[in-house]
Structures are given as structure tokens and as C-alpha cells.
Design a binder for this molecule. Structure first.
Ligand code: 39A
Length: 210
């Protein structure tokens, strides 16, 4: 394995996203993704799905509704994804900060920067990139513990999140034209990053010993 392009090819052959949504994250480009990116911290995805279903039933999956929500109701709704008190406070505060800074969710998607996200309580590098990539459709690849473990099995170790992310993005960028040909349609760099990260997560879920 010489670069991330070869890693993509290795994973692509396994057809890991055959039944998945186009961008892997089901609500790509929507408000639900912003919330999911925070809820998924330190928990399993199946728990996030339960919290999202609760929020949907309560009609809280809208920026204004969550900003104005009763904290007790919000905390109860997100209980399945753990750290309920901390996460509910952070979600409500984040929604209020978005309204104050960007006024609308659409303007937030257009204008938010990585720096702004990183200045929010409870948003670290991985969550900021998940929001940028999956919620704001930006050309930012998400890397995580799964990515780190997988590349380690191929002999790569990185000092930091940023170095691992740069390695993943570089091999894809350098071979972008070849990848578009392989896919057979004008896949965007955002879609490619979404699918590459999704493939890594799905591969690691079915190969837990890697
Ligand atoms: N860990 C995860 C996931 N597992 C996921 N899906 C499956 C669809 N998403 C969107 C985020 N994090």
C-alpha cells in the first residue's frame, strides 16, 4: 500500500457501500447531520439512530426548534447516545450560536469556517470535519480512530490528526482524474471523501480485529 489512492482501490473492490446512501451519511447536507456529528461522539451509530428517531418524533430536527427546546425534553430525547446532559447543553448552545452568527442554517452551511466550529464547546477536529464534509458538503475528509488503525496495519503511523488527514486527501487529489474514470461519472471530491471515509468505517466494523 503506497498511498491513499491504493487504499481506496482496495476498499472499493469490497463493495462495502453497495446498499448505502450516495454520500454514506443518510442525511448528508441536512440539519440532522449536524446533530448526528455531535451525538456520535463516544457512542455506537445505532445509538445515534435511536436519538435521531426521538428528535424527529418531537419535531426537534430544525435549527430554531432545537435552539428553543426545553433542555429536559432534549436531554431525554438524546439519552440513547450517552453523555446526555453534556450533549444536550452543547447542542442547544450550538444552535443558538448558529442563529446569532449566521441567522439561518443555509447561511451557516455556506459560510461557516473550521475555526468557527473549533471554537464551539464540544467540537474537536473530527467533529468539525464531519460537519464540514457531511453537513456543509465541503471538500474536507474526515479521519478517525478507524482510519488510524487501518493505515497502521499497512505500516503507516502519523503524529497528528492533521497529518493523517493530509495523507488521505493527498493520494485522492493526486489521482482524482483516474478515480473519476473508475467511478464512471463526474463524482465530486466531496462525494469521494464521504464514500472513502464511509468505506473505511464499514470495513473496520466488519473486520474488528484489524
Ligand atoms: N460510525 C458512524 C456510522 N456508522 C455512520 N453510519 C454507520 C451510517 N455514520 C453516518 C457516522 N458514524
Amino acid at each position: 500500500m503506497n498511498n491513499s489512492f491504493e487504499l481506496l482501490i482496495f476498499l472499493k473492490q469490497k463493495e462495502l457501500l453497495k446498499d448505502a446512501p450516495k454520500y454514506w451519511w443518510p442525511s448528508h447536507g441536512g440539519f440532522e447531520t449536524l446533530i448526528g456529528a455531535i451525538l456520535t461522539q463516544n457512542t455506537k451509530w445505532t445509538n445515534v439512530e435511536k436519538s435521531i428517531a426521538n428528535l424527529m418524533q418531537l419535531n426537534l430536527l430544525h435549527l430554531e426548534a432545537m435552539a428553543q427546546s426545553d433542555i429536559g425534553v432534549l436531554t431525554y430525547a438524546i439519552t440513547p447516545s450517552g453523555f446526555k446532559n453534556q450533549k444536550s447543553k452543547r447542542l442547544k448552545q450550538l444552535c443558538n450560536n448558529i442563529l446569532e452568527t449566521f441567522e439561518t442554517f443555509e447561511q451557516f452551511q455556506e459560510e461557516v469556517s473550521r475555526e468557527w466550529l473549533l471554537s464551539q464547546k464540544g467540537i474537536g477536529l473530527e467533529t468539525a470535519d464531519a460537519i464540514l464534509c457531511y453537513c456543509c458538503c465541503r471538500e474536507e475528509m474526515v479521519v478517525d480512530k478507524y482510519t488510524q488503525r487501518l493505515v497502521e496495519t499497512f505500516g503507516y503511523t502519523f503524529e497528528s490528526y492533521e497529518e493523517l488527514k493530509a495523507w488521505c486527501e493527498y493520494g485522492i487529489n493526486e489521482n482524482f482524474d483516474k478515480i473519476v474514470q473508475l467511478y464512471g461519472y463526474n463524482i465530486t471530491l466531496n462525494e469521494l471523501y464521504c464514500r472513502f471515509h464511509g468505506k473505511i468505517v464499514e470495513f473496520m466494523k466488519i473486520n474488528p480485529r484489524v
